[in-house]
Design a protein around this ligand. Structure first.
Ligand code: SF4
Length: 324
């Protein structure tokens, strides 16, 4: 560790449980450059819970799940927002901050859920099933949000559905989230057939095998997992809810059935908890690196833009959610 500078040494304390000492010097140059660029450009970095620890703990200003990032994006005073996450999150930040520059470090950072549905699909669905409100998960493009009545996240989906005061809603595009919410409410929910390519790979048999191999294991599952996985889990909730659960309950041994970096980021704060880590990587989230965050700030790329007419309608759907 003798090569680590004083700044690096204090930052390294934050991640020493999840980043080996031999890897740390490879991050330092980019981290120091990013910290300087943020000051120069009056920029903030918003990082999703699925970002790698060197981004999440060392350069991000605001971290959290989609809901937290959307809320925090509204209150920032910065001129520039760099979204360390996927494209729909950067669009949401832009919707809520039309005057600010919003950058996404890699345009290929997409999402299988967002790709599962188009604005045209939503228009057709509204024609076929009229007078039923359309609740759209934030993991969608601005064009799809613009066709919706209200947005939701995995953290507030049930509250949003019940806030509408109707017997039946359409919930797009995640079939499993829709079914998991349907199991908790009396509101009838019509689902689309989109899936998250990370969470759909978990199976109920995995949970049973994990419990056998690790006695006393507490299983937390994200609501984008199939309903039979959620049924086998001890708790299901958004990434923020999972993090709060670990904070509150401090289970001696836990598994988070979600994206891999989530366990790393939570484990940093909980040395007393043993994290069992069968996880699935999100290839879209992993497009974001320190190197392309640095390039985004240096070269002002890639600027997120949304057609004003679409932005106006999509913003309404997001703002209705934030008001719930
Ligand atoms: S984890 Fe799933 S929902 Fe999240 S960005 Fe990746 S593919 Fe999309």
């Amino acid at each position: 560790m003798s090569a680590v500078l004083p700044l690096g040494a204090s930052l390294y304390d934050r991640v020493r449980r999840v980043i080996p000492p031999i890897e740390w010097p490879t991050f330092l140059d980019d981290i120091e450059a990013i910290l300087a660029l943020k000051r120069e450009r009056n920029a903030v970095i918003l990082a999703h819970n699925y970002q790698t620890p060197e981004i999440f703990h060392c350069v991000a200003d605001i971290v959290g799940d989609s809901l937290a990032l959307a809320r925090q994006a509204m209150s920032t005073e910065a001129d520039v927002i760099v979204l360390a996450g996927v494209h729909f999150m950067a669009e949401t930040a832009k919707l809520l901050n039309p005057q600010k520059t919003v950058l996404i470090p890699d345009l290929r950072a997409g999402c299988s859920l967002a790709d599962s549905i188009t604005a045209e699909d939503v228009r057709l669905m509204r024609q076929r099933i009229p007078n039923v409100p359309i609740v759209t998960y934030v993991n969608t493009s601005a064009a799809v949000k613009a066709e919706s009545d209200i947005c939701c996240t995995s953290g507030n989906a049930r509250a949003v559905v019940e806030s509408l005061g109707v017997p039946r809603v359409i919930m797009l595009p995640d079939e499993y989230l829709a079914k998991n919410v349907a199991a908790e409410t009396d509101v009838e929910i019509l689902a689309w057939k989109g899936h998250c390519e990370v969470h759909e790979r978990f199976a109920a048999a995995d949970v049973r095998e994990l419990r056998q191999a690790h006695p006393g294991l507490v299983v937390l599952a994200h609501p984008e997992c199939p309903p039979e996985v959620v049924a086998e889990a001890d708790f299901s909730g958004s990434t923020a809810a999972m993090s709060d659960y670990v904070e509150r309950q401090k289970p001696p041994r836990v598994v988070l059935l979600t994206e891999c970096s989530m366990s790393d980021n939570v484990a940093v704060k909980h040395p007393e908890v043993e994290f069992i880590r069968p996880c699935n990587l999100c290839p879209h989230m992993k497009r974001i690196t320190l190197a392309n965050i640095r390039a985004a700030l240096e070269e002002n790329r890639h600027v997120v833009t949304i057609e004003p007419e679409i932005a106006q309608r999509a913003r309404l759907a997001v703002e209705r959610m934030l008001a719930v």
